[in-house]
Design a protein around this ligand. Structure first.
Ligand SMILES: [Zn+2]
Length: 276
């Protein structure tokens, strides 16, 4: 009974007010440890989240409690893992913080593309109406026309995006071309060709120039084959996004070079893996 009351109380905690958001530099932040990487990554990235590995549960800042199991064994069919990822599977592939793009030659090496839908719905929204009510507009002001992105204020995503775009604006007018013909931002929809909800649905993803980004599905290869990917997104843009918690789809085997998505847990996890 007591637990039920506590959980109800937790569910009524208001989302962090937009004004309280101070951008976090996820590449510079002091990390705790040593300890379990997944636990540190999730608890650092989402204050209020509690991963209890002993009990096999993860309690979200909303008060929702989900089952937690570590990543399943390496022998599992990668297509199955992608289709139906557990929370632990989300960390099966470590996101590469270097810029070699070598890791993406390995079939299904898609760090961050494995997502447990129940986890994201509990972390963000269950319905389109809830997602819409949380949106804010963040603007990239290059030379000439400003480009607007609609993202959520939940977990301060809008403030993190603003910080990344400020850093990119400071790189100068040469960056403006990557923001032309933007593929968009908030959009409650499924991923093309799948039943999985896109992270654009939660307002945590933005797409840059669709003509310069490159997308595996448009490259005419079958799932599991490495398509030729001629990257045209500059490293400085990728680094600015990563610093403020956004992973880049250009590092995925199933590359989506225009796509950036707020996944600070993947950045923290990668930093922990790098420290050995
Ligand atoms: Zn996208």
């Amino acid at each position: 009974m007591r637990l039920a009351v506590l959980m109800l109380a937790a569910a009524w905690v208001a989302p962090q007010a937009a004004a309280d958001c101070v951008p976090v530099d996820w590449m510079a932040l002091d990390l705790p440890g040593p300890g379990n990487r997944v636990e540190i990554a999730l608890e650092t990235a989402y204050p209020g989240l509690d991963l209890d590995r002993g009990a096999g549960t993860v309690t979200l800042p909303s008060g929702d409690r989900l089952e937690y199991a570590p990543a399943r064994e390496t022998g599992l069919d990668p297509a199955l893992r992608l289709d139906d990822a557990t929370i632990g599977d989300q960390f099966f592939y470590t996101y590469p913080l270097d810029f070699t793009l070598r890791a993406r030659q390995r079939p299904f090496h898609d760090p961050g593309r494995l997502r447990n839908e129940a986890f994201f719905r509990a972390l963000y929204f269950r319905t389109e109406a809830e997602a819409r009510a949380s949106l804010a507009t963040v603007t990239y002001d290059g030379q000439g026309r400003a480009v607007r992105f609609r993202v959520t204020q939940q977990h301060c995503v809008h403030a993190q995006l603003e910080a990344a775009l400020n850093q990119i604006e400071a790189l100068g007018p040469d960056m403006a071309v990557y923001f032309q013909n933007s593929g968009g931002s908030f959009n409650w929809r499924r991923i093309a060709g799948t039943d999985r909800l896109s992270t654009h649905s939660f307002g945590i993803a933005v797409d840059l120039n669709t003509e310069l980004g490159g997308y595996w599905r448009w490259a005419g290869v079958a799932e599991g084959e490495a398509a030729v990917y001629d990257n045209r997104i500059p490293e400085e843009i990728v680094r600015a996004f990563e610093r403020f918690g956004f992973i880049w789809g250009g590092k995925w085997h199933h590359f989506d070079g225009m796509h950036f998505e707020y996944r600070p847990e993947m950045i923290v996890h990668a930093r922990l893996a790098g420290r050995g």
